[in-house]
Design a protein around this ligand. Structure first.
Ligand SMILES: Cc1ncc(C[n+]2csc(CCOP(=O)(O)OP(=O)(O)O)c2C)c(N)n1
Ligand code: SF4
Length: 286
């Protein structure tokens, strides 16, 4: 059985108190619980402070372009469906520049896990408003307060056909690790938004603020995460931020539908091109 330290490549350099430390710890715990080997796991990150995660995590890693973690992660999965793939974005990466990819991955139901680190601003670029910054939030890009209304990732995911929707909190790594573990065993696209304080740029949504403003969805004993109407009700209800397993559904994954030949994935094929044929194709472009 592996231990957390088997997935620890190097000590991270996020600011002291940054929520991403809790996500780093939770991801290691989930990998241990799933009995994975570092070479059996692929982490794909976007650009931002969250993007440092795969620099320090012992697994295969790919640091994609800003907003492009999902296309790369989906490409990896389709080339080698036997590999567990976790994509990680920030709220800017996922819900601004990468929003189109998010919606299509949800409706495609491809079998990867997507963590969105929600610190409610663009941290790496020094604190501009992001799609999850609340209206009135004063930031580097909105000195008179953010004018847009915030976007709710899980609500959008439910409307887009998501089959595994959860929200965790970096301050509760035990729960987060369990959500990641469940997500990674889900057959289809598992989306976990993670509330994560940025201690350096965001002086409003602090760890204390998150603690005071979240509520556990399963505190309601009647809550059934397989009931779409209940999930919709919880997510549209104005009040505290719902944390926990919000919604789960069984639907065929993208691979189930498009890859009948799973025993012969692209990665095992001999891709040496036929040079003559390749040159003929290239002639057409000259
Ligand atoms: C195409 C492109 N546009 C803009 C940038 C500049 N940029 C780098 S990180 C970032 C936003 C980071 O915010 P988020 O995705 O929320 O990640 P965080 O730093 O908060 O983890 C931006 C706009 C970039 N690197 N590439
Ligand atoms: S700037 Fe914010 S998100 Fe980035 S490492 Fe520091 S605390 Fe974390």
């Amino acid at each position: 059985m592996k231990k957390d330290k088997d997935f620890h490549l190097s000590d991270p350099t996020w600011c002291a108190g940054c929520g991403i430390y809790g996500i780093f710890a939770s991801l290691k715990k989930a990998a241990v619980a799933l009995d994975l080997d570092p070479e059996e796991l692929v982490l794909v990150t976007g650009i931002g402070c969250h993007g440092r995660l795969n620099n320090h995590f012992k697994a295969y890693g790919f640091h994609a372009l800003h907003g492009r973690a999902l296309p790369v992660a989906q490409g990896v999965k389709l080339s080698n469906p036997s590999l567990p793939v976790v994509a990680i974005s920030g709220d800017g990466d996922a819900y601004s520049i990468g929003l189109g990819h998010f919606i299509h991955a949800l409706r495609r139901n491809i079998n990867i896990t997507y963590l969105v680190v929600d610190n409610r601003l663009y941290a790496l670029t020094q604190g501009q408003s992001s799609p999850t910054s609340h209206r009135g939030y004063v930031s580097a890009s909105a000195p008179y307060g953010t004018k847009e209304n915030p976007l709710d990732g899980p609500r959008l995911a439910l409307a887009s056909g998501g089959t595994f929707i959860a929200r965790g909190f970096s301050g509760n790594p035990k729960q987060l690790a369990s959500l990641i573990e469940k997500g990674m065993t889900h057959r289809g696209f598992s989306f976990i938004e993670v509330l994560s304080p940025c201690v350096t740029q965001n002086k409003v949504n602090t760890i204390q603020w998150f603690r005071e403003n979240i509520t556990q969805i399963d505190e309601d004993p009647k809550y059934d995460p397989r009931n779409r109407t209940q999930a919709q009700g919880k997510l549209t209800h104005e009040g505290k931020i719902q944390v926990g397993l919000i919604y789960v559904d069984d639907k065929p994954s993208y691979e189930d539908l498009v890859m009948p030949d799973r025993d012969n994935p692209l990665v095992w094929n001999d891709l040496n091109p036929d040079i003559e044929r390749f040159e003929k194709i290239m002639e057409k472009f000259q």
